[in-house]
Design a protein around this ligand. Structure first.
Ligand SMILES: CC(C)(COP(=O)(O)OP(=O)(O)OC[C@H]1O[C@@H](n2cnc3c(N)ncnc32)[C@H](O)[C@@H]1OP(=O)(O)O)[C@@H](O)C(=O)NCCC(=O)NCCS
Length: 138
C-alpha cells in the first residue's frame, strides 16, 4: 500500500502512536494528551500513514519568520530506508522557507546530512523543573 503523507493530525490515535514509539524505544514519556498537545501546538506537522497506521512523524516549531526547530522525526523501524523520513523532513522544510532550521540529533547525522543539514557548533540545553511536569500533564 502506498504511504500517505498529511500535514493534518486529525484522526491520529495518540495512544497507539506512543505504543509504536515505545516499541522502537523512541518514546519520551508524554501522555497521549501531551503528545496531541505537542503536535497541535506545532507550526507544521507531517504524519505518514500506511492505511490507518501512523508509520512516521515529524514536526517543526517556528516563529514563522527566521527561526525553526525540527523535532519528533521518526519512522517506524519496519518502514525505514524507503525514503519516508527524508520526505517527512522535506515537507516540514517546505513550510520553513527563508528560515534557519535547527535540530538536535544524538546519532542520526547520516540521515540529516542526506536531508541537506550541516553540523553546527555544540548545542546547550536546560530542563526547567521536572521533565513533562507542567500544566499539559493529563
Ligand atoms: C532517522 C530516521 C527518521 C530515518 O528514517 P528513514 O525513513 O529510514 O529515512 P530515509 O529512508 O528517508 O533515509 C534517507 C537517507 O538518510 C540516510 N540514512 C537513513 N538512515 C540511515 C542509517 N541508519 N544509516 C546510514 N544512513 C542512513 C541514507 O542516506 C538514506 O538514504 P538511502 O536509504 O537512499 O541510503 C529513522 O531511522 C528513525 O526513526 N530513527 C529512530 C528515531 C530517530 O533517531 N530520529 C531522529 C531523531 S533526531
Amino acid at each position: 500500500m502506498a504511504i500517505d503523507y498529511s500535514i493534518s493530525v486529525e484522526g491520529v490515535d495518540w495512544a497507539a502512536l506512543i505504543a509504536s514509539l515505545a516499541a522502537d524505544r523512541f518514546d519520551n514519556g508524554r501522555t497521549p494528551h501531551q503528545m496531541e498537545a505537542s503536535f497541535r501546538s506545532s507550526y507544521r506537522c507531517v504524519i505518514a500513514r500506511d492505511g490507518t497506521k501512523v508509520v512516521a512523524t515529524g514536526r517543526a516549531l517556528s516563529d514563522g519568520v527566521c527561526n525553526a526547530y525540527i523535532v519528533d522525526v521518526w519512522t517506524q523501524s519496519a518502514y525505514r530506508r524507503r525514503g519516508i523520513g527524508r520526505r517527512v523532513v522535506e515537507m516540514l522544510c517546505q513550510a520553513l522557507s527563508g528560515q534557519h532550521v535547527y535540530l538536535f540529533t544524538d546519532d542520526r547525522r547520516d540521515f540529516y546530512a542526506a536531508c541537506g543539514f550541516v553540523p553546527r557548533a555544540i548545542g546547550m540545553q536546560r530542563i526547567v523543573g521536572e521533565w513533562l511536569n507542567n500544566s499539559s500533564r493529563r
